[in-house]
Design a protein around this ligand. Sequence first.
Ligand code: GLY
Length: 306
Amino acid sequence: MSKPVAIATWRFGLPGVKEAGEALGAGGSALDAVERGIRTAELDPEVASVGYGGYPNAAGVVQTDAAIHDGRTHGFGAVAALEGVRTPISVARRVMERCPHSMLAGAGAREFAQAQGFALEELLTEGMRRNYEEWLRNRDLERTGGIASHDTIGLVALDAHGDLCSGCSTSGLRYKSPGRVGDSPLSGCGLYCDNAVGGAAATGNGDDILRFAPCALIVEFMRSGAHTQEACRMAVERIMTNVSMRGKKEADINFIALRKDGEVGVAATRAEFHFAVWTPETGAQLHVIQRACPEQEPESEGALRT
Ligand code: GLY
């Protein structure tokens, strides 16, 4: 038997790990815990970068990306540029479980969701519509994207049977080009999971993240013996010391990871990055880590503190 653990990105990951923890504490699978945890953020209209109430694209349409990676089977399901479904993570799970393919995008993903019984609804809330109209009036490059605009929920869970699952869900970069897909639905990029080793998930600028397959890297670093924390830091370093990233001041690349023995790790390019962890002993707790990238801030090594 393993000690169950769940870890999620951002402050809004706190209700997510609490929900995941309830599933895990009752003996549920990591797969169910990840789906349940991510749905809390997707269904919360106050979470402005995930699911219902998320930022729209430049055409005023909310297009979401989500994926789930089941460590037991190396199963994978994803949706990209999906419109009109409040819980993209559940559609991603259906893709994994009931579709011969691993990823569906755009109209095909929506048609699949509808055929699976998901309701099609407007995801753009009134508040987001007003923000969008304001952006249309004052359109400028800085507000297209920007460091505060793309906050994926990533969640990795380990259940009492020792099984792992990773998942993530996002509405992506705000006011992105219609059809733009980030790292979140791509295996190895926005998430990865291998029951023999551990799982990882990413949040930040998917246009940068997806070029490096960092979540697969993190799992492989762990397989080679790196501690979870060190594996995350090495992935940040690998990206930030790459020639195409050197000198970038606004890089937004952040990782969470969970090893098969229950050890968690986090690394970020942000000055401060919040994440949430659930264990049976502590319940759901919020933590913060400082910037881990020597290229950006030579004096600071990432250090966990609560
Ligand atoms: N990391 C989410 C995105 O850039 O779409």
